[in-house]
Design a protein around this ligand. Structure first.
Ligand SMILES: [Fe+2]
Length: 338
């Protein structure tokens, strides 16, 4: 990977969280179909609100229990968001066999270049109807299979999200993530591809209606994707955003955000992690952020391993916040101090 000099640009998608109606079922499925490891190595996470599982040492994913039955979505191969995971082309048959063995609804492998990269795609869905894809590109980027699971599933290759206005989305991600759209004659007009430095992609599809499986609808607060920036860009990226976008009002009495849905503007929002709550109490700003179309993200700092961000140590707000306080000579807010 060439070092990218653009301040604040994004290197990888570190993790994602989807909604689930049954966390135990979801976890069993992930273990069997992806070969993931339950976070923490034991079943205790299953009782929690969110279950994280490691895909590779620097990629993980999770699910949050949906308070209401999940929206149906547009179905296999069509619903969004959709997350892709790298696989090797020589392993395609073995992945297909495993999907069939576990009765996973999937499409046939298809060779495509319509989403900004050339390779073979296998679309499938989990028991909650969340959309996924095994992605076997003609050229795997460095690090794509770093620490892949015992079943040969690698890092997150891409996330595909809904947008009503691709130009507005492109401007938002250029401004706050230093990402530039791919230009290619192969790209359909209704698709926006934002290549990340590491070789993954953030993709938007023009839509008229929403599948409503994103955080901005006010129910699946934890449904999001985390974007890796250099550690030194973590605070500047947030500072730029906090200076220019509003905060989603958080009603403390009800423990819920005020309003929801696609009529709200792009915004930041109180992040429910311990450090996110502390930061919100200190500064009144959140480190979750929403685009114009209900998609939720947050930044993760990356510390290079071996000299580049091909592999990295992920540093969330929980890592950055105490260092920020130390640098400021400040203490954590009294009300939230552990
Ligand atoms: Fe996250």
């Amino acid at each position: 990977m060439l070092e990218d000099q653009r301040p604040g640009t994004v290197y990888w998608i570190d993790h994602y969280v989807v909604g689930s109606d049954d966390l135990d079922r979801w976890a069993d499925f992930q273990i069997k179909v992806l070969g993931t490891r339950p976070h923490g190595g034991g079943p205790e996470g299953r009782r929690g609100f969110i279950l994280f599982q490691d895909i590779t040492p620097c990629c993980h994913h999770g699910a949050m229990h949906s308070p209401d039955p999940l929206p149906r979505g547009a179905g296999l191969g069509n619903g969004l968001p959709r997350y892709g995971l790298f696989i090797r082309q020589q392993d395609i048959e073995q992945h297909l066999r495993r999907l069939d063995q576990h009765g996973v609804p999937h499409l046939d492998p298809v060779r495509t270049s319509t989403e900004g990269d050339t390779g073979i795609s296998i679309a499938w869905q989990d028991p909650d109807g969340n959309q996924f894809e095994f992605w076997a590109p003609d050229q795997l980027p460095d690090g794509a299979m770093a620490g892949c699971t015992s079943l040969g599933v690698g890092r997150i290759s891409h996330g595909v999200f809904e947008s009503r206005n691709l130009q507005r989305t492109a401007e938002h991600f250029a401004r706050f993530c230093t990402l530039e759209p791919m230009t290619s004659p192969d790209l359909p007009a209704n698709i926006l591809v934002l290549p990340l430095v590491g070789g993954a992609r953030i993709i938007f599809k023009q839509v008229e209606t929403f599948g409503q499986r994103t955080g901005g609808w006010g129910k699946l607060h934890a449904a999001h994707a985390a974007l890796v920036v250099r550690d030194e860009d973590f605070w500047p990226s947030y500072d730029r955003m906090w200076a220019e976008v509003p905060e989603w009002e958080y009603g403390r009495e009800r423990g819920a955000f005020v309003g929801a849905g696609p009529d709200l503007p792009a915004r930041t929002a109180r992040h429910g992690s311990p450090a996110g709550v502390q930061w919100f109490d200190l500064r009144g700003r959140g480190d979750d952020w929403y685009d114009w179309d209900t998609n939720c993200f947050h930044f993760v700092g990356g510390e290079p391993r071996g000299g580049s961000l091909v592999e990295y140590e992920p540093h969330t707000m929980d890592w950055h916040f105490p260092r920020y306080l130390e640098a400021q000579g400040a203490a954590a807010p009294q009300s939230q101090r552990p």
